[in-house]
Design a protein around this ligand. Structure first.
Ligand code: ADP
Ligand code: MG
Length: 619
């Protein structure tokens, strides 16, 4: 067969295959164009998930007749005036979107530049672009109908209207986050209207208030309340945004948003960096909600690596990774021992009659709530019981599920008069211990709040933070076993422990091979006091087995330390004296990240006095 030059419309169709995957890709390209045209108000209307109609209306620069004619040509763009691919400042630059769209759908453009008396309309009649006058306001309106009507293969791959609608929402969220000063309206018969009014342009001066407002509009108010601001510069890389407290997470990474020079991207480097920043606080299967904006000089970046411009390539990925990790970690450090507010909100609503249902926040993000912790509002049974008490004084019928009086006197709750702290002392926000419940929960009274601490979770965090500190100062102090403890393990486990012997000594664990399937332990980290050596070593062996390459143990000693920290913790079930409880509270206040245990669960909840008063209708 002979080689031939393909006809234009076929070339466009082929290009469209890469650029236009689904309705959301069209929305993305058209909204990017509106933003590049300097629009401050962009209205998007869709129907049937964008399959039958996508309409984008902007108040941007508009186009004159010559530009309008060229705009639908392939490789025609106004955005590379210097032919310079190394300094791209616009979202678009490939000059392919409109040509691609016209190849796979009905495209109509109406546009009126700021200085023109009248608008112009472009339509395709029998494949030919035809321009005619059209009255309209300043700006541009683009309508796309009947997507993929001539590409049946693609049509088949489209998902349900609802799924396509959601994909469009997702694209819009990302674009809107990166452009807080633009007003976005997203409406249509297939959705609830989303309206994100413009925010003032903000900067360091006003603490990025406008950017924060926009994130709040999109990710919900409780994200804004449970996130910390990121603001960090390393070399030429500037990292900004908001990152959720470790107690405010989701089960997948869909609520993580990454931007590079204002461009929404999917990027492994950034994803990995965020994960790294939270490694200390989160279980592997939880994902913090976050919006991370990375900015750098355009020459340090290649944006021309993906047909839909959804990916970028960094000249120095290591630097970007380090900047994001440090930026996010600093932000979390600054949050200190704070736990997410949604935890106390959830607690509060669990107390309320009928609570538990109302506690889910209005957004889709869910704060960490332990399974079953939602409760059915345990205030209810008591209240019913009282209501049932007849005026004659006869006892109400016994209610099998209601807590009975004598339960309260079970020895798992104990009270002790503890020395009072100076009143109103803001240095001790966790207050003074008043009681211990169920041998694990410390009830404390703060300056103006009631605090309940999970002693086991809190202690685990404290031990771990101390571990890390010791580790950064040199080898962790070890304590010699009087008689080495011999532990039997599989041969593979023994091999791995033996191989990591030197590293383990760094964290205070002294092990030696003891025959083919046994290990002798002669030292354990002093910080753990009297650990169950068998369990401790089993745990460490499991950890090593998880890594396919033993050579990374050195880099990941902190993870080994985290594993071991659990073994040194005050187990739940241990009674503490008032002084011991207060020592724990003071330690928590002084320790970074003590609002979360190392698995990302909260270590304490706080109910404000005002909230308690509200519970009793006093406010
Ligand atoms: P690119 O955005 O890569 O330049 P497109 O095919 O998306 O390619 O658009 C082609 C050209 O049409 C743009 O460079 C721009 O000059 C013009 N254009 C497209 N959409 C708009 C709009 N909404 N307002 C003003 N000009 C537009
Ligand atoms: Mg474009």
């Amino acid at each position: 067969m002979r080689i031939r030059q393909l006809p234009n419309d076929l070339v466009n169709k082929i290009a469209a295959g890469e650029v236009i995957e689904r309705p959301a890709s069209i929305v993305k390209e058209l909204v990017e164009n509106a933003l590049d045209a300097g629009a401050t108000r962009i209205a998007i209307t869709t129907s049937a998930g964008g399959k039958s109609l996508i309409r984008i209306e902007d108040n941007g620069s508009g186009m004159g007749e010559e530009d309008l004619r060229l705009s639908v040509e392939r490789h025609a763009t106004s955005k590379l005036p210097e032919d310079d691919l190394d300094h791209i400042q616009t979202l678009g630059f490939r000059g392919e979107a409109l040509a691609s769209i016209s190849a796979v759908a009905d495209l109509r453009i109406a546009t009126r530049p700021q200085d023109a008396e009248l608008g112009l309309q472009l339509r395709f009649i029998d494949g030919e672009a035809v321009i005619s006058p059209s009255p309209m306001p300043h700006g541009t309106v683009i309508e796309v109908r009947e997507l993929f009507k001539n590409v049946p293969a693609r049509l088949k791959f489209l998902k349900s209207d609802r799924a396509e609608t959601n994909a469009i929402t997702d694209v819009m969220k990302r674009l809107a986050m990166s452009q807080p000063h633009v007003h976005f309206i997203l409406s249509g018969s297939d959705r609830q209207t989303l309206n994100w009014p413009a925010q003032p342009i903000s900067d360091v001066e006003d603490d990025f208030q406008g950017d924060k407002n926009r994130l709040g509009q999109i990710l919900g108010l409780d994200f804004a309340q449970n996130a910390v601001p990121i603001d960090y510069q390393r070399g030429p890389v500037l990292v900004r945004g908001m990152a959720a407290l470790p107690t405010y997470t989701k089960a997948n990474s869909l609520s993580q948003f990454y931007f590079v020079n204002g461009r929404p991207v999917r990027d492994k480097v950034l994803l990995g960096a965020l994960r790294g920043a939270y490694a200390d606080f989160l279980h592997r299967d939880r994902f913090p909600v976050a919006a991370v904006f990375v900015n750098m000089p355009s020459q340090d970046l290649d944006v021309n690596v993906h047909p839909a411009k959804a990916e970028v390539r960094f000249r120095d990925p290591g630097l970007v990774r380090a900047a994001v990790i440090r930026g996010v970690m600093n932000a979390l450090d600054a949050a200190g021992f704070r736990a997410s507010k949604t935890v106390s909100d959830a607690t509060l609503s669990a107390f309320q009659p009928g609570g538990g249902q109302a506690q889910q926040p209005p957004t889709s993000a869910s704060p960490y709530v332990a399974p079953n912790a939602t409760g059915d509002g345990f205030a209810m049974p008591h209240q019913q019981q009282w209501a049932n008490t007849s005026p004659t004084g006869s006892a109400p019928p016994p209610q099998p599920d209601a807590p009975r009086m004598h339960d309260v006197h079970q020895p798992s709750a104990r009270m002790e008069v503890a020395p009072d702290l100076p009143p109103e002392n803001d240095d001790f926000p966790l207050g003074s211990a008043r009681a211990q419940l169920f041998e694990n929960y410390i009830v404390a009274q703060g300056p103006d709040s009631l605090i309940v601490v999970d002693q086991h979770a809190a202690h685990e965090r404290l031990v771990y933070e101390r571990f890390k500190k010791e580790l950064s100062d040199g080898p962790v102090p070890a304590q010699r076993q009087l008689i080495p403890v011999v532990i039997e393990l599989t041969e593979e486990d023994c091999d791995r422990l033996e191989e990591a012997q030197e590293e383990l000594a760094q964290v205070g664990l002294g092990v030696e091979r003891f025959g083919p399937r046994a290990i002798a332990v002669h030292e354990t980290p002093a910080i753990l006091k009297h650990p169950n050596v068998q369990k401790l070593v089993n745990d460490v062996a499991d950890q090593l087995a998880e890594w396919d390459n033993i050579s990374i143990v050195r880099e990941r000693l902190e993870e080994v330390a985290a594993r071991m920290a659990c073994h040194g913790s005050v187990r739940s079930g241990r009674r503490l004296r008032a002084e011991e409880m207060n020592v724990l509270l003071r330690d928590m206040e002084a320790t970074p990240h003590s609002g979360q245990c190392i698995h990302g669960r909260p270590t304490y909840v706080e109910l404000k006095k005002a909230d308690i008063e509200r519970l009793f209708g006093r406010r």
